[in-house]
Ligand binder design. Sequence first.
Ligand SMILES: [Zn+2]
Length: 266
Amino acid sequence: MLWFLFYNNKLLVKINNDTIAIPNKKDLTGLEIKLEREIYIGSFDNSSCFAADFTNAPQSLPDGFNYMSLRKLFNKSCEDMFGMAGRAYQIMHWVRKNQFCGKCGSPMENKAGELSRKCPNCGTTIYPHISPAVIVAVVKEDKLLLARNINFPNSFYSVLAGFVEPGETLEECVYREVKEEVGIEVKNIKYFGSQPWPFPDSLMIGFTAEYAGGKIAVDHVELLTADWFSCSNLPVNIPNNKTIAGRLIKWFLLEGIYGLCSNNKR
Ligand SMILES: [Zn+2]
């Protein structure tokens, strides 16, 4: 049995020679912490997994234990473990926000047999909240569109992204976001892949698209600047391949130009 335990939004982990592990029941023996909002979240490494919060942190943690932010874990752990930790984080975020029924105010309970919370008074049932967002690599001839978001650290560039709105298809969202943020039109929007992004509850849905018209006019609300970059002059600070943004840029470098050129010939 593995326990994904959060204190102040940070995960309790065991670190041994740079290897990160999730504590099991035995590891927690003697650690006097009071668990809150416990919930079963599935299985990992053939073990049942539970998530919970605790607020009474011990003065000092036993040797090898530490608290780790999800961002740090993302950079340091393997994809599988991060997937489960991200799931735990996302579910706990949802549980914390839904202690009470939004309709009648009664305390909500976890429902047996499925991942949902139910109000014992009025029967309202809610499911984990996932916020879909599109992310898109827009290509114009042999160049890729990259932008600097106002929240990005200095000189960091990435592909465009934005949240899906109610009533919108994913393709409509791609078209709207690109038009809103940089003022250009796109065509030939194609699904690329997806990545859960539990910061705190997104699902990134990746696309590729071709430039169809217009001139770059940055909105200056979300973006500072945007431009076309060829393979040989990409910015130095771009997302790594652990992220779908990085994989879209890699796609552009390895297949994008060839793929689009061969499409155009057909
Ligand atoms: Zn209710």
